[in-house]
Design a protein around this ligand. Sequence first.
Ligand code: AMP
Ligand code: GLY
Length: 424
Amino acid sequence: MKILVVGGGGREHAIIKSLKKNKSVEKIYALPGNGGIAADAECYPVKANDVDGVVAFAQTHPVDFAVVAPDDPLVLGCVDKLEELGIPCFGPRANAAIIEGSKVFSKNLMKKYGIPTAESETFSDAEEAIAYLKAHDFPAVIKADGLALGKGVIIAQNAEEAEKAVREIMCDKVFGASGNKILVEEFLTGPEVSVLSFIDGETVVPMVSSMDHKRAKDNDEGLNTGGMGTIAPNPYYTEAIAKECMERIFRPTVQAMKAEGRTFRGCLYFGLMLTPKGPKVIEYNCRFGDPETQVVLPLLESDLLEIMQAVQKGELKEDMVRFQDGCACCVVLASDGYPQAYKSGFEITLSQTAEDENVYIAGAKTEDGVLKTAGGRVLGAVKTAKTLKEAVDGAYALANRIHFENAYKRTDIGKRALACLQED
Ligand code: AMP
Ligand code: GLY
C-alpha cells in the first residue's frame, strides 16, 4: 500500500513511524514532511494547507490511503477533495472539522446537547463585548472563534487586559477573520487532561489519556506554546472519571455531530478540565494532538493502519484498539526563544535509540546531507517504560544525548504527574 500523510511536524513523524509497522505499507509520501521525516517517508515540498497542491499530488501519484493530520487542511476540506478522487481518508470532512474550526459552533453544540463546558457568551460586536466584560468576573477567558495557530485564547486578569484583547482580536484582526466573533468564557480550574479518541461516525474508542505542558518555561510560566512535552497516561484521569467522560461527553458529542448531519470520522481530541464540578470540555480538536501523539502512539499495541481503515469504513470495534500498560514521556527540544524569535540552521547530532526510545523530528531540514534545525519545536525525545518515573528519567536521558546549538527544554515535564501519583 502507498500512503499519503499530510503534515510535517513531530506528530506526523510519530504517525508515519507507527504506520510503517504494518507490513503491507510499501511507501509513505509526506507533504511536506521535514528533514527528519525524510528518513521514514518520501517528502515533497507541498504545504499542508495548500489543499489544491495536495490534490494535484494525489492525482499524479498512486495513493491507496491518505491521513490528513493538521487542523488547517481538515477545516479547508482536504478530506472532501481527496475523497472526490476516490481516495479513502482518515480524518473528518470539513463539515465535521468545524468542531475545531469554530469555537462558537462547538460551544453552541455543547449547549444544545447538554455537554458539560464553561459558561459563555458569544459576541460579534467589540463594544458590546467590552461592555459585557466590564461587569464580568476576572480572570475571564476570551477566545477567537476560528483557528489562530493555537494563540486565540487569552486569559484576561482585569477589564483593561480584556478590552485590549477584544480590540486586538475584533478590531485589529490579529487572527484575521478568525476574530470576527469571540467567546467570553467563565474561567475554570483543575487539572487538564487530553484524551484523543478514534471515532468512525458512531463508535468512539478513547486512546490512553495524556497531559500536555503548554507553557514555555518551568512551573507553567512563560508564553503559551504548541506544547513543550507530554506524559501518558495522565494520573488525574482515573477509571471513574473516564467512565463519566464516556457517558457525559464522548458519546453525546459523537451523537450530537451525527444528529447535526456532521458525522465525525477520524481522531477527535477532547481537551478536558477536571473541575470541582466534574469534567468539562475546554476545547475540541478535530485531529491528533501535538505532542500528545508522540506519547500515545508508542503505547499503542494494535496496528494503527488497521484502526484507521476501520474508522474510515465505519467498522471500528472497541477491541481493535489496545494499549500497553506502560507509560511514556516526551521532552521537546526547542530553539531557544520559541515561541517568539529564535535562530535556526544549527546542525543536529542525534543519538542511537533503543527499542523503547523514539526521536520524532518536528522542525528540521537536510542541507548537503546534514540535519539542521528549522523550526521552533525541533524534536521530541520519547521514552516508554513500566513506570512514569522511568519514562520521565529516560526521556531526559535521551534528550541529553541529542545536541544542537541553541537547544532549549523545560526541566519539569512530568513533575506534576509524578507528584499526583505520590499523593495517592
Ligand atoms: P486552547 O488554545 O483552546 O487549547 O486553550 C489554551 C489553554 O487555555 C488551555 O489549555 C487552558 O489551559 C486555557 N483555557 C481555555 N479555556 C479555559 C477556561 N474556560 N478556563 C480556564 N482556562 C482555560
Ligand atoms: N498539544 C495541543 C494541541 O495539539 O492542540
